[in-house]
Ligand binder design. Structure first.
Ligand code: NAP
Length: 238
């Protein structure tokens, strides 16, 4: 079967590796330099909206689409929902489970990045920001907080008081604990991404009793969804 995986996540890569015996095309947005090698074909770059994606799926005679993108990649997921519905191609969402909240976690859920930026000065003076380069604009309004921002590649940011720490996951809890101590962090800002690769900072914040500004996930489009690679493979069938 010819399957298009909308990727850019570790789950999408694992799925591509495990869907043996199928004709797999993984699609990447092209945000990361040197992405990990994947089996099957890999295409890179946007499709050009809903219509472009629908045309691509039809032209490549794709039989199934698996949307295994990041929980915060809301636009491509919405586009996939609309495109697949329009041309009648079955689509499955592989949605990474959210992190379970423990009683000793000091999470402050917020609906948007703007709300996280507004609330930040209430919660600390030295923030660890791990929300991705695309979200930095929201934090331009923050005053009186030193932001330690982790990015894959250092670059100038529109923040008033910051430093960049370069790093690419996975990050384990011991290293995250050391980092939070080294930079004397008193508040952590993160997306509710879920997954093991970035859970270390959550565990480390809990251990240090630090508040975490937790930006909630955008809604998932309608349609069939599973939360494990195993279930996605079952959906494809033999
Ligand atoms: P987004 O806001 O949902 O998408 C913006 C545009 O980028 C889409 O409209 C589409 O362009 C293109 N695009 C996104 N994902 C694509 C894919 N897998 N293949 C081809 N085109 C894609 O997405 P985003 O939040 O920028 O995320 C981009 C990629 O990074 C996704 O693949 C996602 O899985 C991965 N990622 C995102 C995050 C995050 O926090 N958002 C974290 C880790 C990894 P067209 O409209 O032109 O088709």
């Amino acid at each position: 079967m010819r399957i298009l995986i909308l990727g850019g996540t570790t789950e999408a890569a694992s799925l591509a590796r495990q869907l043996v015996g199928h004709d797999i095309i993984t699609s990447l947005a092209g945000r990361t330099e040197n992405p990990a090698a994947l089996p099957g074909r890999v295409r890179v770059g946007g499709f050009g909206g809903v219509q472009g994606l629908a045309e691509y799926v039809r032209a490549e005679a794709i039989e199934r689409v698996i949307d295994a993108t990041h929980p915060f990649a809301a636009r491509i997921s919405a586009n996939a929902a609309e495109a697949c519905a329009a041309i009648g191609v079955p689509r499955l969402m592989l949605v990474r489970p959210a992190w379970p909240r423990r009683p000793d976690d000091l999470w402050h859920p917020v609906a948007t990045m703007d709300e996280a930026a507004r609330r930040l000065p209430e919660l600390g003076r030295r923030a660890f920001l791990t929300v991705g380069i695309g979200e930095m604009g929201a934090f331009a309004i923050v005053a009186g907080v030193h932001c330690v921002v982790r990015l894959i590649a250092p670059q100038p940011l529109p923040l008033s008081d910051y430093q960049v720490v370069a790093g690419k996951g996975p990050f384990d809890a011991a290293a995250e604990l050391a980092l939070l101590r080294q930079y004397r962090i008193d508040v952590v800002v993160t997306k509710e991404s879920g997954g093991a690769a970035t859970y270390g900072k959550i565990a480390a914040a809990r251990e240090l009793g630090l508040p975490v500004l937790m930006v909630s996930r955008p809604p998932v489009p309608e349609g069939e969804a599973v939360d494990s690679i195993k279930a996605a493979i079952r959906w494809i069938g033999p």
